[in-house]
Design a protein around this ligand. Structure first.
Ligand code: PLP
Length: 393
């Protein structure tokens, strides 16, 4: 039967109807180990007792009133986010792309005559026109041009190119601390530190898109905290409410000073139910919990490294944001084979397998994943060897 849904996604032929912890269940009751977390969203897994309870209590009290009125749960979450980041104020929206749209607007308002933003090739900031214009992947622009003016692009992890691109029109530099959608590209240890220095020396805003790297994913609440620096604008979404739609733009006093009532807004932004879930998420992400994420990430990486296969070219990432670069363009094939064996993973393009397991993953679940992944890699390594032999013949 022809689908009534717009054909903008290429979907796997599986439907999940329930989730519990690190497992998803299809309509026939088959369980799948979830090593994708809805693309870095459900960090606390499915049906987390305390988060579900927090959202449920709010759901039964009040769904929506609009941002025309006081909102103390928003205030509470904003206080938590500013406290942990050392920034000053927060704007709430509903998604990553909206958070980045707001960040772009705020930077332009702050910049005055200076409107231009330097972003990175391979970066991903979302699908709406502003965020897409900041996204350095021209293949995603196809059919949607003209893009918004005021963006220039440099190679990720190349400080010299940034220095050479700054001119009197530049107001900000906008990057992800680790490029997620491009295949978990981790920059040099001093990249963000150097970027901070350049922004300070040139009076530019440093905008960090932590939509994917944030909320504990890398083992710190936000990935930039690994480097002892602070951005001027920080965008967050995905895992912030463990699956309910919420985005946040966390701003320094530079932005608080220029944004006035009427400059920006959102009907649904900071919805009470999503905020209730997020207040619980932030409370749960304490120091010990974050250490657990780092520990689990190292365990997963080590176990993959111990797999003896020429198919695995490189393993990279931080915490539970892990990319496995393959020597062959068969990432999608491997993801499909894993799904056939009841394991959910992601892929970035054709050569990177993406692992974004929930933070609550247990040792047993990690071992289960490794066992299945190993056998899939062996199957494909073997079929490759066989086809090589055939070619030689
Ligand atoms: N920024 C980054 C770094 C992302 O990874 C994504 C989504 O993958 C976005 C922005 C867009 O977020 P959303 O899909 O919630 O609009």
């Amino acid at each position: 039967m022809k689908s009534a849904l717009l054909n903008n996604y290429s979907r796997y032929n599986v439907e999940f109807v329930e989730g519990k912890g690190a497992y998803l269940f299809d309509s026939e009751g088959n369980s799948y180990l979830d090593f994708l977390s809805g693309i870095a969203v459900t960090g606390f897994g499915h049906q987390h007792t305390e988060i579900t309870q927090a959202a449920d209590e709010q759901l039964k009290k009040l769904w929506h009133v609009s941002n025309l009125f006081e909102a103390s749960p928003q205030e509470e979450l904003a206080k938590k986010l500013t406290k942990v980041t050392g920034l000053e104020s927060v704007f709430f929206c509903n998604s990553g792309t909206e958070a980045n749209e707001a960040a772009i607007k705020f930077a332009r308002k702050w910049g005055g005559e200076r409107k231009n933003i330097i972003a990175a090739n391979g970066g991903f900031h979302g699908r709406t026109m502003g965020s897409l214009s900041a996204t350095g992947q021209t293949k995603l622009w196809d059919g949607f041009t003209p893009m918004l003016p005021g963006f220039s692009f440099v190679d990720f992890n190349d400080i010299e190119q940034i220095v050479n691109s700054i001119d009197k029109t530049t107001c900000a530099i906008m990057v992800e601390p680790i490029q997620g959608e491009s295949g978990v590209i981790v920059p040099d240890e001093n990249y963000l530190i150097e970027l901070r220095k350049i922004c300070d020396e040139n009076d530019l805003l440093m905008i960090l898109d932590e939509v994917q790297t944030g909320i504990g994913r890398t083992g710190k609440l936000f990935a930039h905290q690994w480097y002892g620096i602070k951005p001027d604008i920080l965008t967050s979404a995905k895992g912030i409410a463990n699956g309910l739609p919420l985005g946040a733009v966390i701003c320094s006093d530079k932005i608080s000073d220029v944004i006035k009532p009427g400059d920006h807004g959102s009907t649904f932004g900071g919805n009470p139910v999503a905020i209730a879930a997020a207040n619980k998420v932030i409370e749960l992400l304490d120091q010990d919990f974050l250490l657990g994420i780092t520990h689990n990430g190292l365990k997963v990486q080590e176990a993959i490294r111990s797999i003896d296969s020429t198919l695995i070219k490189n393993i990279r990432g931080k915490g539970l944001m892990i990319g496995i670069e393959l020597a062959e363009t068969m990432a999608k094939k491997i993801a499909v084979e894993l799904l056939n064996r009841n394991v959910v993973v992601g892929n970035s393009g054709e050569s990177v397998i993406r692992l974004l397991p929930p933070f609550i993953i247990t040792e047993h679940e990690i071992n289960e994943f490794i066992k299945i992944f190993k056998s899939v890699v062996a199957k494909f390594s073997f079929s490759k060897q066989t086809s090589d032999i055939v070619t030689i013949k």
